[in-house]
Design a protein around this ligand. Structure first.
Ligand code: SF4
Length: 315
């Protein structure tokens, strides 16, 4: 069993993983590179993924009117006052952060690391959220070059393995495209983190578990598991208003997540087990606002049942 799994946490938490490497607390600073998204600008569609907020799922990212360096430095200054000893992950969160020409990507990422100098010596990781259909060999080679000095994580919003749901949520790419992107990223040794969503309309508990099993059979390094958030001013909010669908209860969510974890091998780092949504924008489910309780219930159930990440994994 992975030594990072212990009596308290029956799965590999991101925080324990980072501590094991850097021996310090590592904080994520969310940045807004002012990118667009092909699923919103009309290239694929104008609707976007139906749950996506107008901030491109980057409601906590920085102010896009500031430069990347300014966004980073502003937050880092505040953090330093509280945790002078911490390290940082520069996280490009909002929209699709590889959706531009290589020249324009360099203008953003050079502000963090230009191949010679880091914006701040405490930056240990560059994390980039994107879509699998917005990666090509030229871009991945460029990121692989950064990765030689500064570890690069690529975060892919996958959400579900089920094609019917992918169409319903307007994801805009197929599983084949996703698998090709994984191969390309692995060819260049980049770290891959995949996001999935539980509670998507029409999905059963088994469907959600099957998504975890599917990912376990691919070459991924980390996972973020979210509960579906219905947020104001989204296509999903409108759909829910006119055609309400069942929302998972906290207990159901905990049951599903703890089962998903059992099918994920213990080398996959668990980056998240619940998501963040701005309180004033969240319509449902309101129990997700109490993140601490959600995590606590997951931990409690795993300890009570004596179950662990990977104990049902057959890879
Ligand atoms: S790919 Fe990301 S940014 Fe684009 S619509 Fe979907 S969730 Fe929003």
């Amino acid at each position: 069993m992975n030594p990072l799994i212990n009596d308290e946490k029956h799965y590999v938490t991101l925080s324990n993983y980072l501590k094991s490497i850097y021996h310090k607390k590592v904080f994520k600073i969310s940045l807004n590179g002012n990118f667009s998204c092909p699923n919103r600008d009309g290239t694929i569609s104008k609707i976007g993924c139906i749950f996506c907020s107008k901030e491109g799922s980057g409601d906590f990212a920085g102010d896009k009117n500031l430069s990347i360096a300014e966004q980073f430095t502003n937050v880092a200054h505040q953090m330093e006052e509280k945790w002078p000893d911490g390290y940082y992950i520069a996280y490009f969160q909002a929209n699709t952060n590889t959706y531009d020409t290589l020249e324009n990507l360099k203008k953003r990422y050079d502000q963090i690391y230009d191949g010679k100098t880091l914006l701040n010596d405490k930056i240990k990781i560059l994390s980039i959220a994107t879509r699998p259909d917005c990666l090509n060999e030229e871009i991945v080679q460029y990121l692989a070059n950064i990765n030689k000095t500064l570890p690069v994580w690529i975060e892919l919003g996958f959400q579900t393995m089920h094609q019917t749901t992918a169409i319903l949520i307007n994801r805009g790419y197929s599983n084949e495209v996703f698998e090709e992107a994984l191969k390309l990223l692995k060819k260049y040794h980049l770290t891959i983190i995949v996001h999935i969503i539980n509670g998507l309309p029409g999905e059963s508990m088994q469907d959600m578990i099957d998504t975890a099993k599917y990912l376990n059979n691919l070459d991924i390094d980390g996972i973020k598991i979210h509960m579906l958030h219905i947020m104001k001013n989204t296509y999903l909010a409108n759909m829910y208003k006119h055609n309400p669908f069942p929302i998972l209860s906290l207990n159901e969510y905990v049951e599903i997540v703890t089962t998903q974890l059992r099918y994920l091998n213990d080398q996959i780092v668990i980056h998240r087990l619940t998501g963040d949504a701005p309180k004033d924008l969240l319509i449902e489910p309101l129990w997700t606002l109490k993140k601490f309780i959600v995590i606590n219930e997951i931990d409690k159930l795993m300890r009570k049942k004596q179950i662990y990440q990977g104990d049902l994994c057959i890879k």
